[in-house]
Design a protein around this ligand. Sequence first.
Ligand code: GAL
Length: 808
Amino acid sequence: MKQFKTLLFAFFIVTQISFSQVRIVRELDNNWKFQKGDFENAFQTNFADSKWQTVTVPHDWAIYGPFDKEIDKQSVAIVQNGETAASEKTGRTGSLPHVGTAWYRNKFTVSAAEKSKKVILLFEGAMSEPQIYLNGKKVGEWAYGYSYFYFDITDFITAGENTLAVKLTNKEFASRWYPGAGLYRKVSLIIKNKESIDQWGTSVTTPFISKDEAKVNIKTKASGENGYLVTTIFDANGQKVSSDKVTTKFGNEFDQNIKVQNPKLWSPETPYLYKAVSQWFVGSELKDEVTTRFGIRDIKYEANKGFSLNGEIRKFKGVCLHHDLGPLGTAVNVAALRRQLTILKDMGCNAIRSSHNMPSLEQLELCDEMGFMFLAESFDEWAKPKVENGYNRFFEQYAEKDIVNLVHATRNHPSIVMWSSGNEVPDQWGDEGVKRAKWLQEIFHREDPTRPVTVGMDQVKATMESGFGALLDIPGLNYRVHLYEEAFKKFPQGFILGSETASTVSSRGIYKFPVVQAKDKQYPDFQCSSYDLEACSWSNVPDEDFVLQDDKPWVIGEFVWTGFDYLGEPTPYDEKWPSRSSYFGINDLAGLPKDRFYLYKSRWNKSEKTLHILPHWNWEGREGQVTPVFVYTNYDSAELFVNGKSMGIQKKNNTTPQNRYRLMWMDVKYEPGTVKVVALDKDGKAVAEEEIHTAGKAYKIVLDPDRKTIKADGKDLSYVTVSIVDEKGIPCPNAVNQLQFKVTGKGTYRAACNGDATSLELFHLPTMKAFSGKAVVLVQSLKEAGNIELTVSAKGLKTAAVTLNSSN
Ligand code: GAL
């Protein structure tokens, strides 16, 4: 059990110093008992759970597999994909055993002194339909697996041992992707005084900002009378900036305006964070203390100007992300989230959309710190179903409560610049849907008057007719590049957001011939080509979005589907077993970059030069055959050489979207050896070069950890990229050797992933095939610090080992 204690700082308010603990936040992470199945009496205190599995939370019960074609097999026509006849979809929700009922039980102790306090039980997500029991009594329930929710359990708690039991139920036909299963986000106990600040009771906004000063408005809800609230703002170095004391409450809310001189503004480039410490005194006794991290920043969305942050017009260079973390499943992990964001930052990405549900609080904290703008989404369905057992079952009863909790729990994150009330909801059709769109948007406005609301719309024509699109703060178009102009004319807002773009499909390191643009293209190996010319019938290749982003000042940016591959939705192989994860990612399921990473990087990352050659150059059997070479670069032109022979100079031009954004040599004939690209400046002078080589026989393994030193907290992860190379160290792009992993010392083997969407190997077993010459191994720390050694071996290859280190 982990305990965070809020202590008073000596330098702070010296007179009141007591070092008393006014609030305890205890994460319930260890010693959970878990069992799949339904048990009539599992809610009872004396239920015998000693034979149940002991797990830590966050936990995803389904990620350990096995993959099975029959799990949640859906015989449906996916209407929003334009299908009219039902067909069998096997990997749609990942083919992992997430369907069914399971129980978690946890025993925790509360002292007699704590028993006299107010106790809150907080869940940051529970998949799904949680029923919560404490000491044999039902505390409450929720429905949506992505919601944050809490209960006041003061009347249920006893001094001494308490037994918490949680029942979760996942129905089949409830999702369009892998939803995960279980207590996959944090569970905490909050023990505080009866007179205290409400859960999610602070709201910080920055309604006025100039160079010299910012007005920070802080609203604080607290229970108890005859007291006063002191709010003190600290800068990022912990220096006190200003403080304010207030005695008047309106209802249960204090309202303060505090001046910050020479404010440092939050932006993706300068993610500067302040802290507001709220202290609630009754009489003169400190009753509660809450710290809220916030940023000072200004957002505006204006007709014909677009979006501006701190007065500067900019576009969203965003990606959509599902919540699963590949081989970890949905169990939230800070190291995994940070790695994703690090990769995206390197690509020049500046925004994330949590498609199509509430993000983890950990992800928002990282976005605040690392500098990403955030589109926080809520629902994939309203009242009308996309899948039989989807959110439509809960909409009427829960939609308002779910939005209120989303806003209250996350509104102080400066990263959030926009809400979304829905994605491609079938309610885009019909009058009721227009009313629902208005209703939901008004709930967001009521709870947070500072941020606009969007809906990702795919039925753009219908929403033009019905008024649905016109009423939204931000009209979001999903795909439909051909309708942007018309939507801009018809909708009154004066700008359009590419709320979801591209849905280009590719498999890392796989290239198909002939190289032609295609929709819904399938191949016998169930892979997609990395020439990045294949998309779905409803979607498009990246370059078509780039044209709109670059030529239309009223397009305020895009959120590419998706930043990383995710479990489930293996389009275009929805009907093909064993495809079980997506092909849409710019990075694969292991987080390894596909070629598309460099296409986006060449546009988005202005501080680095990109010069990336594709395909690989190991095409035994293709000698003399046309094997086009593409270069993704922010240089305007380049000359290509194969074994020293020039293939000519290519220059970006406006003849087609591809010619505008890629350099392409379509007639190159394959011969083994070296492909070299030389980038040229305006005067034709060589300014940079890059080469790739044909690899010889696979010879050895090379290991490359993303972090050599990790925290000894039992949670932190090092992601070690495993590459198979030849004797000279050239990567072998076709290697598929079966790898064996062994971890010794102060760490454990956690999982591996190779990015192959058709692989049925289980992530948590210490062996996996390489895919396109690579795989990634996740090594987890223990709570004890020290050295950790990872050894990777494969038959016929030289073994490799790397020593990592964990510290406190
Ligand atoms: C969109 C949808 C996404 C995903 C994507 C695949 O229409 O919003 O959730 O299904 O298509 O292209």
